[in-house]
Design a protein. Structure first.
Length: 295
């Protein structure tokens, strides 16, 4: 298997890169914002850059694990979000068709409105922020242009960017860092999701690639819980002072972008298909703790 991972310096991409190599696959990874030794530079907005990477490596399968994923940044800089997440995906779709490669696109539960989560694969999307809108538009482009494609949605991803200096890059790592520093952390008890360990998602994606799966799959954690309860689980696993955890409402956080209050994803399709057994928070956070000891 010749696997190209776009965004291999990120939390998911770096884990997938390492796991695919352990699987004896021929892997090439790219970075854009966070330079990393051993990875190729690639900006999906740049057609010449895409051609250079594809012509050099000629991949069989391409995983798009990159893009603008900062939800508030997408709201503050909508043109950047659209250029990368929509136009960049369009460029990638054309290139995968040209080189007869298979595309695996990593998407998000933010394509849903959060009124009635967690969500199944066939639930109707209705994004409420710019990030979700760009990801849904990218999904629709892929579905309309490619017959053989795979879309894997995930939710509240956590893990270590193993191949990069881009640390504290997700909610979980920020909470751990701040609590270890003795700072108060603020967690909403009305914001729900299905926290997902990057190692578990990587395993799911690899199994789906091996099975040549098509269509939409949800790869997420096994527990549906609010941020306040989740942060308490982090404190339990990492031995942190729970007195630092301040329970708030989502509106109190005054975030730039709207959040789906009851987001998260149902994983029945992955479980019933015996693709992988997703982790609960206790298991995933225990693995994260081990990962961080080696980082």
């Amino acid at each position: 298997m010749k696997l190209l991972i776009i965004g291999a310096s990120g939390v998911l991409g770096s884990r997938l890169y390492n796991d695919a190599i352990k699987n004896k696959w021929n892997v090439l990874g790219t970075y854009c914002s966070h330079e990393c030794e051993g990875l190729f530079y690639l900006d999906v907005r740049d057609k010449a850059s895409l051609e250079k990477v594809f012509n050099f490596f000629r991949p069989e399968t391409v995983v798009m694990a990159g893009g603008i994923t900062d939800v508030d940044l997408c709201t503050l800089k909508p043109k950047l979000a659209m250029d990368v997440n929509i136009k960049g995906t369009m460029n990638l779709v054309k290139k995968t068709k040209e080189y007869d490669a298979r595309l695996v696109y990593v998407s998000t539960d933010y394509v849903f409105d959060g009124e009635n989560g967690p969500y199944k694969e066939n639930d109707k999307p209705n994004p409420i922020n710019m990030y979700g809108r760009t990801k849904l538009e990218a999904e629709n482009i892929i579905k309309s242009k490619l017959k053989d494609c795979l879309i894997v949605r995930t939710a509240q991803l956590y893990g270590v960017a193993e191949r990069s200096s881009a640390q504290n890059s997700n909610f979980t790592l920020k909470i751990i860092h701040n609590m270890k520093s003795g700072k108060n952390v603020y967690a909403a008890d009305d914001l729900y999701s299905t926290p997902t360990y990057a190692g578990s998602l990587s395993e799911i994606i690899i199994k789906l690639i091996e099975k040549k799966a098509k269509g939409v799959y949800h790869g997420a954690g096994a527990e549906f819980l609010n941020r306040y309860d989740y942060v308490n689980k982090i404190a339990d696993i990492f031995g942190l002072d729970k007195r630092l955890i301040q329970k708030v409402k989502l509106k109190d956080l005054k975030l730039k972008a709207k959040r789906p209050k009851k987001g998260g994803l149902k994983i029945d399709k992955v479980v019933k298909g015996k693709i992988a057994k997703p982790y609960d928070c206790k298991t995933g956070l225990a693995f994260l703790k081990k990962d961080m000891s080696y980082a």
